[in-house]
Design a protein. Sequence first.
Length: 121
Amino acid sequence: MKLIISIIQDQDFHALSEILLEKNFRSTRLSSTGGFLSTGNTTLLIGVEATRVDEAIGLLKQYCHARTQLMNAGPTTVDFLGAMPHYPVEVIVGGAIIFVLDAECIDLEQIAKPQSENTQP
Ligand code: 2BA
């Protein structure tokens, strides 16, 4: 089993989650924040059989798009003298950042006995 961790832009989540459901992939969405831009993004956890990793990555590539985002560059030495305003810099974000990890899945729901069978007589 593999665990795909993918960081995507919030705007791509809706269409991607629909196709993942349609293709019978299970996923969990985490709200996350990029370390560089400090803006919100989405981290998806997708547990999948090793044989379906390529298919899942194909969907991520197809449904997650690169976009440009403007960020204000930090102050320069000249800024401190009040001579130059901050200037916007274009940053290309996405499509999807993808990590694939080996994983074991322990489904407690399936191995635990029902509550009534565990109670003392
Ligand atoms: P952020 O860290 O907010 O980065 C947003 C975009 O800023 C990045 O897009 C990249 O184009 C640029 N960027 C990031 N760090 C930079 C730096 N030190 N210098 C110049 N430009 C920089 P993506 O590469 O598509 O990344 C999108 C988001 O995916 C990132 O948001 C971060 O949340 C995550 N990410 C990317 N690479 C990662 C990694 N190696 N490990 C963990 N998370 C990662």
